[in-house]
Design a protein around this ligand. Structure first.
Ligand code: 3HC
Ligand code: NAI
Length: 699
């Protein structure tokens, strides 16, 4: 269901224009270098070399770009010849000069294609790069050998190990691209080819340049990369491959290939490519065919933490905002905070001062919902209180124009109940942003029972404009992310009560790949938030559920984490964290009160229990249809919860362990606590049928 084949019928076109032979890649949308394109390129170069009328060959791309690189959907499958390195060697070895035109992007294999040509020109706005490292790979078709032959070693290392996108002007400055051209890609190709014929554009075979990479520069890069966390294999192997660029090109390419194939087999590569694809797959929703409603203005209700962030994000996307607060003072403060956020964007080089001024002019902060009578979308972000929210939605129903989309940023409340407060539940939807909303990329789009398909499509279109990753969720307590979080967070408390220290749990999970362990996260977010949620849920807590009181005891002291200077840890020095001895004493006291004799946990057991708990609830979320596919859960965690990207998301990671092994684990844990540890039906089904979560993404 998810694989959208890039058009294969017509992958490449060859034509001649006088003495110029033209090869146009035509495998849109990204001109990926799949098997048909590779074969086509090889044949085209041979055909044009055999054509006596042709004196020079120019390669360009149809559509938006030269090429996005190798076809990543072929990875992990049996390679189909010809391989890209052979094709590119064929281009470099062409007896007739070859020039490449870079427009849009030339990434990965796309740039390697250009590097194998004998000259390169770029069109304005183009970007080049070797992003393989971000996919757990290294450039495997000559990038690590040809780039250092063209540009300074330190720049080549930096570009390859960061995977960053290099603007064409910088590429020209570095000597990677010969010069900036103009016109359409086809016009630029003909012009560049004629410049080659006239001698104005010099040509040479990159592979014939000989260099001697400086060991000291290579070692300095290795040292720097080895310090990075998580310590992934790809960046260091990139440097090893670059080190081989001092060898004759054929030998260097062999070394590069060997290292590339080692990475191709690694689980990190699989996880990182899943993460790349997850970002795109979540856009494919049942409502894709519906026509989004126009969003040319928005109202935000509530100018607190979330309202300010949401308003900033809307303005960054160029959508005018009317923000509503309770009184003029609150409105003024919110206005100031939004302007401060925009100023921050200017400081970080994300926005020009001119755009900032324009965006500030698009903002008004008012009191009174009447100001929202003409906006296209409303996003409510007031206190998490059903009565307050239903009151506001009743008013919006009266005030807003017909067809306005009415969104709520609630974290846990029932969007159906909020929708029922209006006479137009079809227009009501959950738009759950994450804090800070102008930075975090995730947006959970919560589709209630009566939400109209075009309202869902509008939310996704708006998210696209805001450069957010929108994920469709059904209605349940906490939606996809917070529901799963609430479940696995408990297991950290259980391990704490049973004998592991919070420090060990945090460190074990940080070593595993999370930026911060759960107790450190609690301190950062504010322990009072979870405390309030636990109090709210207390009346409906099942009697069989184990309840750990440690966090409540800490909060009762008025210690809410960083903002009060202490929580699980002490923050006297804001940069360091040392365990709070009083929190440790609370843990000991609670263990004694429960009559628990502490046992030791290995780091592996901590990770296994934590991840199994996360996967269990994630499986239930898919089983109940709250998330349509496993990949939707993965995207929520990757883009909203700091899940380590190389592990690909909870359910992609679950496939590494395997459903049968997970069932066995849960059954083992269930002997201690049969209420908490229950095998999800879906997981059992997968274990019995030998299928994986990845299989469900394809259905
Ligand atoms: N192979 C196969 N499919 C690809 C692809 C690739 N390299 N790059 C993008 N696609 C697909 C996307 O999954 C998406 O599919 P969908 O329509 O089914 O959702 C479709 O093409 C359009 O992609 P985007 O939505 O990302 O389109 P944009 O126009 O926003 O961006 C892009 C285009 C900048 C090229 C971006 O897609 C991108 O960064 N792609 C990956 C680039 C990359 O990492 N290349 C290296 C590949 S590895 C390699 O080359 C190995 C070599 O060294 C041997
Ligand atoms: P907050 O307490 O920082 O802000 C709420 C704001 O709403 C206050 O400034 C208040 O003056 C204003 N307000 C209250 N009633 C109002 C009314 N009738 N009219 C106009 N303004 C009114 O709360 P926060 O953290 O911004 O949360 C808002 C909503 O977003 C809640 O539903 C919360 O659950 C949700 N949320 C919070 C996240 C977080 O990390 N803080 C993350 C995602 C969602």
């Amino acid at each position: 269901m998810m694989d959208h084949p890039v058009t294969e019928q017509k992958s490449l076109r060859v034509e001649t224009d006088g003495e110029v032979g033209l090869i146009a890649l035509d495998n849109q949308p990204v001109n990926a270098l799949g098997q048909a394109v590779r074969q086509g390129l090889l044949d085209a170069v041979a055909e044009l070399n055999a054509n006596d009328a042709v004196k020079v060959i120019a390669i360009y791309g149809e559509g938006k770009m030269l090429s996005g690189g190798a076809d990543i959907r072929e990875f992990g499958k049996t390679p189909q010849p010809p391989g890209l390195p052979d094709v590119l060697n064929g281009i470099e070895g062409s007896a007739k000069p070859v020039v490449a035109v870079i427009h849009g992007v030339a990434f990965g294999g796309g740039l390697e294609l250009a590097l194998s040509a004998h000259a390169r020109v770029g069109l304005p706005g183009a970007r080049v790069g070797l992003p393989e490292v971000t996919l757990g790979l290294l450039p495997g078709a000559g990038g690590t050998q040809r780039l250092p032959r063209l540009i300074p070693l330190d720049s080549a290392i930096e570009i390859i190990t960061s995977g960053r996108h290099v603007p064409v002007a910088e590429a020209v400055e570095l000597g990677l691209v010969d010069w900036l051209a103009e016109g359409t890609p086809r016009e630029a190709a003909i012009k560049a080819a004629r410049d080659v014929l006239s001698g104005a554009l010099p040509t040479r075979r990159t592979g014939e340049i000989s260099i001697k990479p400086d060991e000291a520069v290579l070692n300095a890069a290795r040292e720097k990369l080895a310090k990075k966390r998580p310590a992934l294999a790809a960046p260091l192997k990139c440097v090893d491959a670059i080190a081989a660029s001092g060898l004759p090109i054929a030998e260097g390419l062999k070394a590069e290939r060997r290292l590339f194939l080692e990475l191709m087999d690694s689980p990190d590569r699989q996880g990182l490519i899943h993460a790349f694809q997850a970002e795109r797959m979540v856009k494919h929703i049942p409502e894709s065919a519906a026509q989004p409603r126009p969003v040319e203005s928005a109202g935000v209700i509530g100018g607190g933490t979330m309202g300010v962030g949401i308003a900033t994000a809307l303005l960054q996307a160029g959508i005018p905002v009317t923000l509503i607060e309770m009184d003029p003072n609150h409105a003024k403060t919110a206005h100031e905070r939004i302007v401060k956020n925009l100023d921050g964007g200017v400081k970080r080089g994300k926005m020009s001062a001119e755009t900032r001024d324009q965006r500030v002019a698009m903002l008004t902060a008012e009191t009174g919902l009447e100001h929202l009578s003409q906006v296209d979308v409303v996003i409510e972000a007031v206190f998490e209180d059903m009565k307050v929210k239903t009151g506001i939605f009743r008013d919006l129903d009266r005030i807003c124009k017909p067809g306005a989309v009415l969104g709520t940023n609630t974290s846990y409340l029932d969007v159906n109940e909020i929708a029922a407060a209006t006479s137009r539940p079809q227009d009501v939807i959950g738009l759950h942003f994450f804090s800070p909303a102008h930075i975090m990329r995730l947006l959970e789009v919560v589709v209630a029972d009566k939400t109209a398909p075009d309202v869902v499509a509008t939310a996704f279109a708006m998210a696209g404009k805001m450069k957010k990753v929108a994920v469709r969720s059904g209605v349940c307590d906490g939606f996809i992310g917070n529901r799963i979080l609430a479940h696995y967070r408990m297991v950290a408390d259980y391990m704490l009560l049973d004998g592991a220290s919070f420090e060990q749990i945090d460190r074990a999970l940080e070593d595993f790949g999370f930026a911060m362990g759960p107790f450190a996260v609690g301190d950062l977010a504010g322990l009072d938030i979870g405390w309030a949620t636990r109090k709210r849920k207390a009346p409906t807590r099942p009697a069989e559920e184990r309840y750990v009181r440690i966090a409540d005891r800490i909060c009762e002291q008025g210690w809410f984490g960083r903002k009060t200077g202490r929580g699980y840890y002490l923050y006297d020095d804001p940069k360091s964290r040392t365990p709070n001895p009083d929190a440790v004493a609370i843990v000991d006291a609670e263990r004694a009160a429960e009559g628990i004799s502490s046992r030791t946990f290995s780091d592996d057991e901590i990770v296994a229990r934590y991840m199994t708990a996360m996967i269990s609830e994630a499986a239930r979320v898919v089983e109940e249809g709250i998330a349509h596919r496993p990949v939707d859960v993965d995207a929520v965690f990757l883009f909203g919860y700091g899940f380590p990207r190389h592990l690909g998301g909870p359910l992609n990671y679950a496939d590494r362990i395997g459903a049968a092994a997970l069932v066995e684990r849960i059954e083992g844990y269930a002997k201690e606590d049969p209420h908490y540890w229950q095998v999800p039906k879906l997981l059992r089904e997968l274990a019995q049928s030998g299928r994986s979560f990845a299989d469900l993404n394809k259905e």
